[in-house]
Each structure stands twice: as C-alpha cells, then as structure tokens.
Design a protein around this ligand. Structure first.
Ligand SMILES: [Fe+2]
Length: 346
C-alpha cells in the first residue's frame, strides 16, 4: 500500500493507494498544496479514483472540487454535505474500492454533521472526529458534542485496538497512535459518561479559526477564494517592477500609460506622476475612452498590488494585449520614496 501524508500547518491530507494496481484515493486535499499534491501523486505513480473530503472544513480551503474537476474523478463526501459539487455522496457502512483497497465509511458526526471516517485494515482516517490524544471541536457550524460522543464511543473507539489513527489535524507533530492507546491515554476520554463529555466540549472556549467565513463560503458552495482569483489573474499577465516604472516616468519620452485604479480620494492624495485615474469599478465602462489604442502599453496600479492585478487581467481579456500590473502597490511606492504627485487629474 502507498500511504503518504501531506501536511501544511496543522492540516493533514492523505494519499492512499493499492500497492498492486496503483489505484488510489486522496483525502482532504488543501487548496494551497495543489501543485505539491499533484507532484506527489505523479511521483508515487498513483492513478486516483476518488477525491474525498472527510467533512466541510471551516478552517482551511479544500482542493477537492478543483482536483476532482482537473482529474476528471468524483468528489466524495457524506450525504449531509451542503457542497453542490459533490459527485458521490456516501453513507455510513458503505465501502469505497480502489484497486484491491477497501475503505469502509463510518459516519462520525459531531465536529460537523457531515463528518466521515475511513476505515482501512490497519488504520483509520478520522477527519476531525478523533485527533491524536484529542478530539475535533464541536463549536463550529453543524457541530454537536452529543453526536461526537456517539461517534467516538459508539463507533471509533470500538474499532480494533491495533488500528492506527490518522487524523485531519496534527498541530503538535504527535506521533502515530492506535485506538487502544487513544482509549487509554486520550485526556478527553477520562470522563466516559455522556454528560461529562458534553460539558467538557462546551467548556473548551476555543477562538474562531481565521478565514472561517471565507472557508465556509468556498467549501460549502464550490466558489473560489480571493487568493484563487488573484492567482488566476496573476497567471494571465506580466508585472513591471517599481524601478522600471520609475525609470519610465523619469524618461518622459516613455509611451507607458499608467492607470491608477484606486478611488478618487486616494488618487488625488498622491499618484505616480502622469498616471490617469481609472477607478476599478468603472474600468470596463471607461476603458475605450481612456485607452483608445488597444495596442498601447499600459500599466495598472493600486494601493497594495492586488486590485491592479485583477484590473490588468481584465484589460488583457478586453484585448489590451500589452497591459501589465505594477509589481507592488502605491504603499510600497511611497515607502520607497519614489516620486508622487497630488491633486486632480489634469
Ligand atoms: Fe475540521
């Protein structure tokens, strides 16, 4: 069997494949690790059959939709998942087969209502139900400590004591544990009755994860993250360094048209000398007036270099084939002490 862990921060995803047929599955892939994950799959010589999310993640961005789409394979989640892009919705007791590999699905709600664990002959992928010597939290949307109690004591802790635990999170680099070890040593299982367990979960008082709203928006709907939008735009364009732009401004003979896409106040407070004001919100509507020649060399700039990236990609889409964006933003330009002009557009 091929078994690889791909960890970023505290998030763990897993590549599991049959040693004989090279068919496999990918579990809980993370969006920022798409290239690394694809490289690992290629290096391992695995042909993926399923991409599986153990639950709707609230603290990081899932790559399941993107990878399922790119690889032309089904995205798998529990039936209770809200995500519209899920191709195969599984239920408790069902088995997923990849080559000679068989993975039994356990519905283990509590961290979320759509949480599943995947049981292999010698190990279990527990998502965020059971973590090594800890458990998933139950205070995020659809979390339920009573349900987690049932999932742990009624299902996961009833697996064979020798089964190894591979969770969805490993924040402290905890070494592999077994179900037997979890039963004996997990501090959250010291009190084994339901009421005490639920009280313990309610008392945890954890801070909310960063990006909670954006993670739930994208993971529940299949929509894109802001970082994804920016990455896609950046791949469609080229950038010009601040040095290069400063030299071009100083040369006065330059044919570079600089478009400052910020709001009017920001533009009038201080812009690159010679820059025209082309607020992002009106760019598409005003562009023919601002840039009548689509072959003109143009450069977009904004405060931090993000909106200008989107603006330059829009210009390229519209046919302005020489549109580039400033590598950096006006904040960096000011901090570098480069020339600034204030006041209205001439
Ligand atoms: Fe989670």
């Amino acid at each position: 069997m091929t078994f690889e862990e791909i960890r970023v921060g505290g998030c763990c995803s897993y590549l599991v494949a049959c040693g004989e047929t090279c068919c496999g599955v990918l579990v809980d892939p993370e969006l920022s690790q798409i290239d690394r994950t694809l490289a690992l799959i290629a290096k391992a010589g695995v042909r993926l059959q399923y991409v599986i999310d153990t639950h709707t993640h609230a603290d990081h961005f899932s790559a399941t939709r993107e990878l399922a789409h790119r690889l032309g394979i089904p995205a798998v989640m529990h039936r209770a998942s809200a995500a519209p892009y899920v191709d195969l919705r599984v239920e408790d007791g069902e088995t997923l087969i990849a080559g000679h590999l068989r993975m039994r699905v356990l519905h283990t709600p509590g961290h979320t209502e759509d949480s599943i664990s995947l049981v292999l002959p010698d190990r279990v992928l527990t998502g965020d139900a059971l973590l090594r010597l800890s458990t998933g939290r139950t205070d995020l949307p659809t979390g339920n400590p009573e349900a987690l109690y049932d999932s742990l004591f009624g299902k996961l802790l009833r697996l064979d004591d020798t089964i190894a635990v591979y969770p969805g999170h490993n924040y402290k680099d905890a070494p592999v544990t077994t179900i037997g070890q979890e039963k004996a040593e997990n501090p959250r299982f010291r009190k084994r009755d339901r009421v005490s367990f639920v009280e313990q979960m309610h008392a945890l008082n954890l801070s909310m994860p960063d990006h909670l709203t954006e993670a739930l928006r994208t993971n529940r709907t299949g929509g894109k993250t802001v970082a994804q939008l920016l990455d896609e735009a950046a791949r469609q364009i080229a950038f010009m360094s601040m040095e290069e732009v400063r030299a071009s401004v100083a040369a006065e003979t330059s044919d570079l048209v600089i478009l400052d896409v910020r709001e009017r106040d920001a533009y009038e407070t201080g812009h690159i000398p010679g820059a025209r004001h082309a607020p992002r919100g009106q760019l598409e509507l005003r562009v023919d007036q601002l840039l009548p020649d689509p072959t003109a060399r143009s450069l977009t700039c904004c405060e931090f270099g993000k909106i200008s990236t989107l603006a330059a990609a829009t210009l390229r889409t519209l046919g302005f084939t020489r549109a580039v964006a400033l590598d950096g933003g006006m904040k960096a330009w000011r901090d570098a002490g480069y020339p600034i002009k204030s006041g209205k557009e001439p």
